[in-house]
Design a protein around this ligand. Structure first.
Ligand SMILES: Cc1cc2nc3c(=O)[nH]c(=O)nc-3n(C[C@H](O)[C@H](O)[C@H](O)COP(=O)(O)OP(=O)(O)OC[C@H]3O[C@@H](n4cnc5c(N)ncnc54)[C@H](O)[C@@H]3O)c2cc1C
Length: 1620
């Protein structure tokens, strides 16, 4: 047969794979022109295996024969037998429908669309859009269209695009665009082949022109900037989109857009990313061509890191779906042909493609060490503004438009598009190129794969489809990963200048912060996608993590094998049967398992509760159990089962005992059980024991009628489901690799977690127990569970850690570090790597630490690998001198006597080789991949060893070793699978106040970074470089409680995160004091805590933006420093287009223009409002009351001459950057210097404000600890203190401007050419007539020293405060209706001026505005009353005066002692029992020497001069050689019911109908007294939490004396440069 004719149609001219077509591989040519189904012909690999072709048969011929099948062969291949149709009269239904006949005759629609595209595309410049089997939605040749453009007159556009980043930096984009000649975009000038490139470059130029025009080339503060006036013809007549754009680009853009089928010109996200790339090596196809590391951006717009990394990352995400289109078309073909096996194969292929996609997200990395992948969030702001649509009619530029998403939505049969993102996606779909729309329609409307799978009833197909759903839109799949990635990036961007996100969520959103809102919108879209498979989902996707919802498959335990010589089998290989489930897995994957409780534990509970006869009775369920039952039904594709007592006992959480569980029992038993009381008195939770143990004890010491009332057996047993929560899944690394399409078994390496039963239950005995999960999978050999045969299915699920996978590159060497059962995932690694080994493959080296030879797992298997030369194995035995040494020459493990050692010693010994593996290729190392698996202790030991190894071999200091390791982490070559069983945490440690947490932001060298999570503080300093999301993501939460983010990111349910956290635990956070009788105090507490949080977040955000400036040297002559890192001050040897100055200019402009919006805007005003009101109300004073003029000071500071002077300096920096004037370039070094000084002053101010806020925060706890006649008195004292603290903050702002005003850009003495600098200034000043001022300035070199302005007023009255606030509210721009479409959002975002405050500050301030407005409305009458009232005796001034008077007479005021508490006090020991130093009223000023306020003093005054009393608290204290795999010894199995009965015979059983009096120890009286005792204990639990103790690191003593240091006087302290 000719290679030019089609086997099916016989047509000549087609490119048919059946003929061995010259010049084209199989992959590129899989179809005859009429779409004959050469199913998956392009599939790489063994074609015989792929198509079940008998060996020895010519594959092509065989396939051709198959494809020559007639329609009858396809559609009439299973006509029922004669017997089956004998009784049926009408057999019409046996005839195929015309629809099917036609479809088979024509071929699968998706394939048809693809074939047409492939045929026409190359000739037409892919006008209809890129679509092909081999390249998916990507261009087959990324150079083709740009090459064609550069050979056409359109080259002038692409040439200009190449100059764009430099031109934009110099503010010259418009000028260069306007000077272009007109070249038309018609077919005679621009060939079809050049169209895509033309539309990209022209789109970029138009958008760039608009962007620069929006703010006239200035991106910050400007003074007297000259406006640019273009002198060219405009494209106004070409539609709204091109109004105000020079005709030189408008006209061709209009023309080429139309030729590409775009009714109006617009720039899509795909244009900016996918079609704007160059491929480095087109032959590097594994696993796909357009990988981040194989691409460069062709026409960067700003040339900034963020833009490049972000657009490349997006292009990669889409490109990673390269073969997805072909897989989908093949699926459809198989559906058409009813070919189940073929469909299965293609679905698995599609699943693997989807599972790989999230990896592309790695390329967008917010980790500063990650080289070209680094995406600094703040730079995003600029780029986001650039991409605004050209008119209201244009489709928005959004990632939603990437074809893979829209295609997958259609493939999976998404029906709902009601969410904001859903509707936008649908809208954008209509703007896709025609080929893509046709392809989507072909799968949306024809031969829907999910429907066929469902009808087939084939469990494998259903399982694989479920896997596809999960991989695409599941929590751990592509959409879930995307959601988390976006959250972190948006959080940083939102805190550093971005005002809106791409979802409809912006700073105006009243419900949540923008990134939280976007997170919710993604969740809505995910739920819509999941709806066809999971119905209406009532929980948020992240709430499903770490729960049964993740276990969507059923499996059974098949085998438990010995894998070492330990006779107890404490580590076992457990094999599960997953036949026909459709599960597939990769090396590194984990299996989540819902464990079943041991029969012994079930028996204990059943016996105590009297449930032995009710095991199969149904139980009335709680909503959560109900959801579990539905889940069971959906997983087994059956109706929802009725759960029984046995189900609850087997699948509920029985151990360990949580406080919640113990309290529930305590309540049910009406506080009558001694055992329960004993348990509750513990200081560590959870308790090492089970519900069964607790009930066994309690049943013996509780009165039967209480017991019977608590556990009523007559009803629907709803209490059981209420008492026992559902168990959560356990995670185990998968230990085997499978080459088959669908594996039938999965191996796990299970180490039994053993612990000693707590003494309350065990008494003096030493009772060993096994953990729930590991005990279920690998029970004690003596346990009955080993013998009981269970018919129950266990639920399992697969999860793929993105950061624990083998490298794609098979040549990369891999080192595996493991301890004990940590070897588990590595078995799958070495099996997989060995299966694909060739001569070029990188090494596989295992470093294993175990106790002894007997516990060396998988020895036989490893020896085989070593002997075959496939692996190196190095061992450390910690308790055995019978060592094993790897002999490289003989490829053997040789026995040798050697000292015992841990893994770190082994690593140091092998240090030279390991260091090479750690070092990146750029550092001259091997750039190896390193994996650590095991407990946290192993992890520590491994890291210590590696640090030392690098120090010994490659670095001069330990810091450098650390940096080398961090680099490997950032390059994602260092991967961890660290797990530990969580350890119980003590609850009697000193607690940590919020202020102490706030001070731990870790932004200066050698300082620590803490985070707060669900009531506990963690020191994450050492962990942050390893954080998979990047160091900045963690840093953005430094010093604050980040529980909400933790929940949103599913960290709370993540066992991995939780177990790691216990390692970094510092203590519990001091809870909010209970202000029961004073809600106002509670409100003010919340408000102040919110403000403190803002101060911390602002400080942290500062370092995101400015850290590079702080650490960079200012050698503006080189683009790279000697040490090889990028010089942020210079680019292309020009410092004004470097990033440093621009970053500073934009940041400082925003700061100054917004007047520190986050700290001194409405949020602070809200505090002033509420404090003033509270004071006035509590003191019941009138117009004469003088309040600190906080708002006045701020307003004056912002408009002071010093503030104006600072703005002018920044404007000069702007001139330098935006080149509106050439003057600034003569002050180049002065500008660098000015930037560095300003940044340091900024940070000082932010630190000071935080410190003041901390003072205020501490005051709450102390005021509660003081003796006061009533809460009103406390309130008065506290509000007085707080408002004075605010005044001090305002003064710090005043000081800041004054200090900053002393610094100047003009410093000729430090310039390289001082004379030129001076001369330029003289010339300029002569020119503008200010020469005499110049001489003075030039001589003095700086402004006169700052003299703080004296106070004009000593305070303001209440009415003035109120009217100022009312004026602010009236004057505030009313937020308009939120934009409803993406287009509107992007236009709004682009219109915000460059100095706009960041999203977080805007959000906070909007909320504050709303709160103030409603507060004023609500309290309008009181405010009117208080404003008009005559003066009362206790005015603010009088209060202060009385204090002075009192101190004068009484001397020092005694400090109230801290009440006793089980948690201890948060007051530092140094201050306990100390007397208070009285301090005078007012604020310290450098000039006046006035002193800070003292809370105690105020309190004393408020009590009319009485000395504060020591308060005595009423609160009390709360108190065999098995070296090869063998099956476990065969034992006779017993059934569960028999086993249970036998067990229960030996247990405490509920006494039925027995009304015996309670045992003597628990007589009625003692029960009552116990109850009272417990009641007290319980109340202590809450109240004691108010009184906490500082941890050892609590430092600033002045906090506790309520003496505020003077403003400005504290700057003498030693300064250290920030770390960042
Ligand atoms: C990513 C990952 C991979 C893993 N891979 C493996 C593997 O390959 N092989 C392997 O053997 N194990 C592995 N594990 C550990 C495994 O998931 C279980 O943690 C381990 O088997 C113990 O679970 P268990 O149910 O037996 O113990 P549990 O019943 O959960 O408890 C055991 C111990 O922990 C204490 N404890 C339990 N819950 C708490 C709590 N909330 N707070 C404080 N203390 C508590 C108990 O008191 C007891 O001392 C892995 C863990 C993770 C996170």
């Amino acid at each position: 047969m000719s290679s030019q004719s089609c086997p099916m149609s016989g047509m000549a001219g087609g490119q048919c794979p059946a003929g061995s077509v010259a010049g084209r591989g199989r992959a590129g040519s899989r179809m005859g022109p009429r779409g004959c189904s050469f199913s998956g012909y392009s599939q790489p690999g063994d074609i015989h295996a792929a198509f079940d072709i008998p060996r020895g048969v010519d594959a092509e011929e065989w396939l051709r024969m198959r494809e020559r099948k007639t329609i009858n062969d396809v559609l009439y291949n299973n006509i029922p037998s004669v017997r089956e149709i004998s009784g049926i009269e009408n057999l019409d239904s046996l005839n195929a429908s015309e629809h099917d006949l036609l479809a088979v005759a024509l071929g699968a629609p998706a394939r048809q669309v693809m074939i047409r595209a492939e045929q026409i595309g190359p000739q037409s410049g892919w006008k209809d859009g890129y679509l092909s089997a081999e390249h998916g939605f990507c261009p087959p040749d990324y150079n083709d269209s740009p090459g064609a453009l550069s050979n056409s007159p359109g080259r002038i556009w692409s040439d200009l695009c190449e100059r764009m980043p430099g031109a934009v930096s110099r503010g010259r984009a418009r000028e260069s665009i306007a000077s272009l000649p007109i070249v038309e975009g018609s077919a005679d000038v621009i060939p079809d082949r050049a169209l895509w490139a033309a539309v990209v470059v022209l789109g970029i130029l138009c958008s760039m022109y608009r962007w620069e025009d929006k703010h006239d080339g200035n991106e910050g503060i400007t003074v007297n900037a000259t406006k640019y006036k273009p002198n060219c013809e405009m494209g106004d007549d070409l539609g709204d989109e091109l109004v105000g754009i020079p005709r030189s680009i408008a006209l061709p853009y209009f023309q080429v857009s139309r030729r590409l089928g775009r009714s109006i010109p617009h720039l899509t996200f795909v244009d900016q990313s996918s079609y704007n790339m160059k491929i480095r090596d087109a032959s590097s196809t594994y696993p796909y061509v357009a990988r981040f590391d194989n691409m460069d951006m062709r026409w960067p717009i700003f040339g900034e890191r963020t833009e490049v990394a972000f657009l490349k990352g997006c292009a990669e995400t889409s490109a990673s779906f390269q073969h997805g289109a072909d897989a989908i078309a093949s699926c459809q073909e198989h559906v058409m042909n009813r070919n189940i096996e073929g469909l299965l194969r293609e679905m698995v292929r599609l699943k693997e493609i989807l599972e790989r996609m999230p990896n592309a997200f790695h390329s967008i990395n917010p980790n500063p060490n990650s080289g070209e992948n680094y995406v600094p969030g703040h730079q995003w702001v600029r780029w986001a503004k650039f991409s605004a649509p050209l008119s209201k009619r244009c489709p928005a530029s959004s990632g939603l438009q990437f074809p893979p998403y829209l295609v997958m939505d259609a493939f999976l049969g998404r029906k709902k598009y009601e969410s904001f993102l859903g509707a936008e996606g649908l809208h954008l779909r209509a703007w896709l190129p025609s080929n893509l729309r046709a392809f989507i329609a072909s799968i949306d409307y024809h031969y829907r794969i999910p429907e066929f799978v469902k009808q087939s009833g084939d469990p494998r197909l259903m399982g694989v489809l479920d896997g596809i759903v999960e991989a695409y839109t599941g929590e751990r799949g592509f959409m879930g990963t995307h959601r988390y990635k976006v959250f972190g990036l948006l959080e940083i961007a939102g805190k550093t200048g971005r005002s809106e996100t791409n979802g409809a969520s912006g700073a105006t959103d009243p419900n949540g912060k923008p990134w939280e809102e976007t997170h919710k919108q993604f969740s809505e879209a995910m739920k819509e996608r999941l709806a066809p498979y999971r119905g209406d989902i009532t929980v948020e996707p992240h709430e499903m993590r770490g729960t049964f919802e993740e276990c969507r498959y059923r499996a059974r335990v098949l085998n438990r094998s010995f894998i070492d010589r330990d006779p107890d089998r404490s580590i076992s290989m457990v094999t599960l049967d997953i036949q026909n489930t459709g599960i597939t897995f990769q090396p590194g994957d984990r299996l989540a398992i819902m464990p079943l409780n041991s029969w012994t534990e079930c028996a204990k509970v059943a016996a105590a509760l009297g449930l032995a006869d009710y095991l199969n009775d149904p139980v009335s369920l709680t909503p959560k159990w109900e959801r579990f039952a539905q889940h069971l039904g959906s997983v087994s594709h059956t109706p929802t089962p009725q759960l029984t007592v046995k189900d609850i006992l087997r699948r509920g959480h029985l151990a360990p005992i949580t406080k919640n569980l113990a309290l529930k029992i305590h309540d049910l038993l009406q506080a009558s059980s001694n055992t329960v009381l004993q348990v509750l008195a513990t200081t560590e939770w959870p308790i090492r024991g089970s519900l069964g143990d607790l009930l066994q004890g309690a049943v013996a010491d509780t009165s039967p009628h209480i017991w019977d009332r608590a556990f009523d057996l007559r009803g629907n047993l709803s209490w059981l489901a209420d008492l026992v929560p559902i168990e959560i899944p356990r995670t185990y690394s998968i230990s085997n690799h499978c080459q088959e399409l669908l594996p039938s078994t999965v191996d796990l390496t299970i180490s039994r977690a053993e612990y000693k039963l707590c003494s309350t239950f065990a008494g003096n005995e030493d009772v060993s127990c096994a953990g729930v999960g590991s005990g279920f999978l690998n029970p004690f050999l003596s346990s009955s569970d080993e013998l009981i045969e269970t018919e129950e299915d266990i639920l399992v699920g697969i999860s793929r850690p993105l950061n624990f996978q083998l490298p794609f590159d098979r040549t990369a060497p891999c080192a595996y570090f493991a301890g004990g059962s940590g070897v588990s995932p590595f078995r799958s690694f070495w099996q997989a790597r060995a299966a694909t080994r060739n001569h070029a493959s990188g090494k596989d080296i295992l470093y294993l630490g175990v106790q002894s030879r007997d516990k060396f797992c998988y020895e036989d298997e490893l020896r085989e690998y070593v002997e075959a030369g496939l692996m190196e194995v190095h061992l450390a035995f910690s308790r055995d001198t019978r060592g094993l040494v790897y002999d490289r020459r003989h490829q053997d493990l040789v026995e040798r006597e050697m000292p015992t050692r841990y893994i770190d010693t082994l690593i140091v010994e092998q240090g030279a080789a390991i260091s090479e593996l750690v070092m990146s290729k750029r550092q001259g190392g091997l750039g190896g991949y390193l994996y650590v698996c095991g407990s946290v202790a192993i992890f520590d030991s491994v890291m210590n060893g590696i640090r030392k190894a690098i120090y010994n071999h490659c670095s001069a200091t330990m810091e450098t070793s650390e940096m080398i390791i961090n680099k490997a982490f950032a390059e994602r070559r260092f991967m961890l699978d660290v797990f530990m069983t969580p350890k119980p945490l003590p609850c009697n440690l000193p607690t940590i106040p919020l202020s102490q947490l706030a001070r731990h932001t870790g932004h200066r060298p050698s300082t620590r970074m803490w985070i707060g999570v669900h009531g506990s503080a963690y020191d994450v300093t050492d962990f942050s470089p390893m954080h998979p999301g990047g160091i900045f993501i963690i840093k953005s939460n430094a010093g604050v409680d980040c529980s909400k983010s933790f929940d949103n990111l599913a960290h709370t349910n993540n066992s991995e995160v939780n177990s790691l956290l216990t390692k970094y635990f510092v203590g519990h956070l001091t809870p909010k004091p209970e202000f029961h009788s004073c809600p106002e105090l509670s409100d003010i507490y919340d408000l102040w805590a919110g403000y403190l949080r803002t101060t911390v977040e602002t400080l942290v955000a500062h370092q995101f933006e400015m850290h590079e400036i702080m650490g960079a040297s200012d050698d503006g002559t080189k683009d790279f420093y000697l040490r090889g890192t990028e010089n942020i001050w210079s680019r292309e040897h020009m410092s004004n287009i470097g990033q440093g100055v621009r970053m500073f200019y934009q940041y400082q402009s925003r700061l100054l223009q917004g007047g520190f919006a986050a700290l001194f805007g409405p949020k602070l005003q809200e505090l002033v409002l509420k404090l003033s009101f509270t004071l006035a109300d509590a003191a019941n004073v009138g117009t004469d009351m003088r309040l600190p003029d906080v708002l006045g000071i701020i307003a004056r500071a912002k408009t002071s001459p010093e503030a104006i002077a600072t703005s002018q300096e920044v404007a000069q920096v702007g001139q330098f950057v935006c080149e509106n004037s050439s003057n600034a370039r003569f002050a180049e070094r002065g500008i660098f210097n000015y930037a560095a000084k300003s940044v340091e002053l900024d940070i000082e101010l932010l630190e000071d404000i935080r410190e003041e806020a901390c003072h205020g925060m501490d005051a709450f706890e102390s005021v509660m600890a003081m003796e006061a006649s009533d809460d009103t008195q406390r309130l008065t004292v506290l509000t007085t203190f707080l408002i004075q603290t605010l005044e001090r903050m305002a003064k710090r702002l005043e000081m800041f401007y004054a200090k900053l005003a002393q610094h100047k850009v003009y410093q000729p003495e430090i310039e390289r050419n001082p004379a030129r600098t001076r001369w330029n200034l003289v010339r300029r000043k002569i020119h503008d007539g200010s020469f005499f001022i110049l001489t003075q300035e030039a001589v003095l070199g700086a402004a006169p020293a700052y003299v703080p302005a004296q106070h004009q007023h000593s305070g303001v009255d209440f009415e003035s405060v109120m009217s100022r606030i009312q004026a602010t509210i009236r004057g505030a721009a009313k937020p308009g209706p939120a934009p409803q479409t993406l287009n509107a959002i992007q236009i709004a975002r682009a219109s915000t001026p460059p100095g706009e405050t960041n999203a977080m500050a805007t959000y906070e301030n909007n909320s504050a505005m709303r709160a103030m407005s409603s507060f004023l409305d609500k309290n309008a009458r009181s405010i009117r009353r208080l404003s008009k009232m005559p003066p009362m005796p206790m005015s603010f001034e009088q209060l202060q005066a009385a204090v002075e008077h009192h101190q004068h007479h009484e001397g020092r005021v005694g400090r109230p002692p801290t009440p006793p508490s089980s948690r201890g006090s948060s007051i530092p020991p140094a201050f306990r029992g100390r007397t208070m130093v009285p301090v005078a009223q007012g604020l310290h000023r450098t000039d006046s020497g006035s002193r800070a306020p003292s809370l105690e003093r105020m309190m004393a005054t408020a009590q009319n001069g009485r000395l504060l009393q020591r308060r005595t608290s009423q609160r009390s204290m709360s108190g065999a050689n098995m070296g090869h795999r063998t099956r476990s010894p065969p034992m006779p199995h017993v059934d569960a019911a028999t086993a249970l009965n036998t067990m229960m015979g030996k247990l405490n059983v509920r006494s039925r109908g027995n009304s015996n009096p309670p045992p003597p120890a628990m007589s009625a009286m003692s029960v009552n007294s116990e109850r009272t005792r417990l009641g007290r204990t319980m109340s202590v639990r809450s109240t004691s939490q108010q009184h906490s103790m500082h941890g050892p690191t609590m430092s600033t003593s002045s906090l506790r004396t309520f003496r505020l240091p003077s403003v400005g006087a504290d700057r003498g302290r030693v300064k250290i440069a920030p770390t960042f």
